[in-house]
Design a protein around this ligand. Structure first.
Ligand code: HPA
Ligand code: ZN
Length: 340
């Protein structure tokens, strides 16, 4: 795919990622290395066995394996290595900005300090800025299968690190855990100055997207695929130019879609929705940003102009200030003039 004209175009275009779980970028090779130095046993004998286990029928089957993988992360250096490995990888893919989710409760519930997690991630993001030239923002996600009280504790723990965190989000098992469950936590988070986002409409119904909009006051929807089941909702999202962070390979691997050519991207674009392409959990779903762009471009026969538009959307939908957005979009324009 890298060798086709569209593949080369995708590989080179400057782009931003807006939906990436740092724990989902944990490659098996690094998992084994960190497990070894922390003296932790993993239940797989080798990397091949791990990869064979990565077959999912739904979100929950994935989450069970994703949380198990995160168990080996103990020390600040582990969180640094995890984050820096992701940045190194996407730097090769011409990513110039990324907005990263982290799930503190996945770690604090195992006795790892909040400070250990965020200090390791933040140190890697700073090195990413100075050594690789990648700009970044951090989004703290609450695990929605846990209760409101636990989310409040996490919010409290995050306050000393407020300057490092741009937004709060909501992830994990969607069905049965509607956004309304976290309305009060999100209100409090906004009082502290955090922006808000939420996973909604990945497996859950369109109603959850309404709740995320109206009760959580979100600035962006993560996934949002099922908005198409509700015409009035689509109209509202178009009117607000509310961005959707789509994740094509994730949708395929978690059976949100059965085939890549069933992906609703084109329908969404035709309706005027602001859509972006992202990787979600690249170590588990078979690809980082470029592989997601290739996968969908191939299945839906996207043109260079459409790829160019998606790359621009990724900056427009980001939490960068307007000035920086302009500077980065100018780079995308320049690339399109040269290679479009
Ligand atoms: N959905 C919900 N929770 C998640 C995901 C996802 O795609 N990835 C990691 N946590
Ligand atoms: Zn996600």
């Amino acid at each position: 795919m890298h060798t086709t004209p569209i593949g080369k175009f995708i590989a080179g275009i400057p782009k931003a990622e807006l939906h990436l779980h740092i724990e989902g970028s944990f490659e098996p090779e690094l998992m084994f290395e960190i497990a070894k130095r922390n003296n932790i046993k993993i239940k797989y004998k080798n990397i091949e066995e791990v990869k064979n286990a990565y077959r999912f029928n739904n979100l929950q089957e994935f989450l069970d394996i994703y949380y198990a993988g995160a168990n080996v992360l103990i020390k600040e250096q582990d969180f640094y290595d995890l984050t820096y490995a992701y940045l190194t990888k996407v730097n090769e893919q011409n990513l110039i900005h990324t907005e990263i989710f982290f799930d503190p409760q996945t770690h604090t519930d195992r006795g790892v300090e909040f400070s250990t997690v965020i200090e390791g991630i933040q140190r890697a993001l700073e090195d990413g800025r100075t050594k690789l030239g990648i700009s970044s923002k951090l989004i703290m996600s609450f695990l929605r299968h846990l209760d409101e009280a636990a989310a409040f504790v996490t919010l409290e723990q995050s306050l000393p690190y407020k300057e490092w965190i741009t937004a709060v989000g909501l992830d994990s098992s969607e069905l049965g855990h509607p956004p309304s469950k976290f309305q009060r936590v999100f209100e409090k988070a906004q009082e502290h100055g955090f922006l808000t986002v939420a996973h909604a409409g990945e497996e859950g119904p369109a109603e959850y997207i309404w709740e995320a909009l109206n009760l959580l006051n979100i600035a962006r929807i993560d996934h949002g695929n099922r908005c198409l089941e509700d015409e009035a909702l689509v109209e509202e999202l178009v009117k607000r130019q509310m961005a959707l962070t789509l994740c094509p390979l994730s949708n395929l691997e978690l059976k949100v879609i059965q085939e890549m050519h069933h992906h609703p991207l084109n329908t969404m674009i035709d309706k005027g929705l602001l859509v972006t392409i992202n990787s979600d959990d690249p170590a588990y779903f078979g690809g980082y940003m470029n592989e997601n762009y290739y996968g969908i471009a191939k299945a839906l026969d996207l043109s260079k102009e459409q790829i160019y538009q998606l790359a621009k959307n990724s900056f427009n939908a980001s939490f960068l200030d307007e000035e920086t957005k302009k500077e980065m979009i100018a780079k995308v324009d320049e690339y399109y003039w040269k290679h479009g």
